[in-house]
Design a protein around this ligand. Structure first.
Ligand SMILES: C[S@@+](CC[C@H](N)C(=O)[O-])C[C@H]1O[C@@H](n2cnc3c(N)ncnc32)[C@H](O)[C@@H]1O
Length: 389
């Protein structure tokens, strides 16, 4: 495909997404219809689509329309490229620009428009991030780096760097965690590499790893990952100490990948159905990687930025507070309740923890930490609460 044909494909896929399709689904359908597209074409089209979704508001302004065509036109203007070199109408290129499309807009009407944050959220975003709100919003407009977690049960960070390099995957240590690597070259080869297939490395953001580092753990402890999902945190916990480790999720289907991932990593994780944690309690440590707005990971999942609304955020806050109330009952006296989100919003993080402490006797906040997206990882938060009753 020519570069212009890739933009035309992105236009068509973005139109489907704007009509309500999920981006992954729209990309898959396009892929099935487009057998002629090679792997480089697919990767380029995917990049165009995700970049346009990260910058949906500002590109729509720059391109004069909230449509696939408007977004691609806006993307070219934002990158300082000449749209008329792409919108030629030749071959499979987008049709030439209309007279109306040829006029670039005069500018943005608000900070939230320019920084690609929904208007309703911008005050909360600014209140949570203060002077760093603009940097964080700008970071959310860029592609996320690819990070790996080295499974220390299978090797060292240096040995992982060397083994990956033998497979043309170039990495460097990431400062957020002793286990974290940034992939500099060859990211698309990771999943088929021996290092990945043998369980030496897993794909995981560096802040996700740092969050698990922050949980106080000791060999022999009984630990519950209460919101385990696909098991990213469970696997990182398993690699940190010799634990009796349990994984639970309100939606057990979400845990379907844990068994094969644990086998690859050489980890033992017992899956618990809803209701079962009470029978297994008490635990020395319960980690709640709670459902959240996802503001910290919007560069990876940019559709979430535009689908979230005030009601959705309020519902999420209620779920988080119920999870804290339920999970604290499962912790042994003297034990730890660790509460984490991939959000950068204060109301999901420290405010949620303060509200829990205010309504629940016998708990103290031992430590908390936040990571921000403009500092090179996903945005994350963790609080370590100790049962002192
Ligand atoms: C942020 S995701 C977990 C990600 C996972 N820990 C990881 O590292 O891959 C949050 C999970 O919480 C689950 N969840 C939602 N409500 C819950 C509840 N009341 N109790 C337990 N899990 C819940 C969701 O199904 C979802 O899988």
């Amino acid at each position: 495909m020519t570069p212009a044909a890739r933009y035309q494909a992105a236009i068509e896929i973005l139109d489907h997404v704007l009509d309500g399709s999920a981006a992954e689904q729209a990309l898959t359908s396009w892929g099935r219809r487009s057998r002629f597209a090679g792997s480089k074409d697919r990767a380029a089209v995917r990049d165009h689509v995700f970049q346009a979704l990260r910058c949906l508001r500002s590109y729509a302004v720059l391109g004069g329309a909230r449509s696939g065509r408007g977004l691609v036109l806006g993307a070219l203007r934002a990158a300082g490229l000449d749209p008329e070199a792409v919108f030629t109408g030749e071959g499979h290129a987008p049709k030439p620009l209309t007279e109306g499309e040829k006029n670039p807009p005069s500018g943005f009407s608000s900070a939230s428009e320019e920084h690609d944050i929904p208007d309703w959220l911008w005050p909360d975003f600014e209140a949570s991030l203060g002077a760093e709100a603009t940097d964080a919003a700008q970071a959310l407009r860029t592609r996320a780096p690819v990070h790996l977690r080295v499974n220390m049960a299978k090797g060292t960070r240096a040995s992982a760097i060397a083994k990956l390099s033998d497979e043309d995957i170039i990495t460097e240590a990431h400062p957020a965690s002793e286990t974290a690597l940034t992939v500099l070259e060859g990211a698309r080869k990771v999943k088929n590499s021996n290092a990945f297939q043998s369980g030496l490395v897993e794909l995981q953001d560096a802040a996700s790893q740092a969050v698990v580092d922050f949980v106080p753990l000791a060999d022999g402890q009984k630990v519950l990952d209460f919101c385990a999902g696909g098991g990213g945190k469970s696997l990182a916990l398993a690699a940190r100490a010799k634990l009796r480790l349990f994984a639970h999720d309100a939606d057990p289907k979400r845990m379907k990948d844990i068994a094969p991932r644990a086998e690859r990593a050489g980890a033992q994780i017992k899956l618990l159905n809803p209701g079962a944690p009470k029978q297994e309690a008490p635990f020395d440590v319960v980690l709640c990687d709670a459902p959240c707005s996802g503001t910290g990971s919007w560069r990876r999942a940019p559709e979430g930025k535009w689908r979230l609304d005030r009601d959705g955020l309020d519902r999420t806050l209620q779920i988080q507070s119920r999870i804290l109330d339920e999970a604290c009952e499962l912790v042994a006296p003297g034990g730890v309740l660790a509460y984490a989100t991939c959000s950068m919003l204060a109301q999901e993080n420290r405010d949620q923890v303060d509200a829990f402490l205010a309504r629940t006797n016998g708990w103290t906040l031992e430590a908390d930490q936040a990571w921000f997206v403009h500092q090179g990882t996903d945005g994350f938060y963790i609080a370590v609460l100790r049962h002192v009753a």
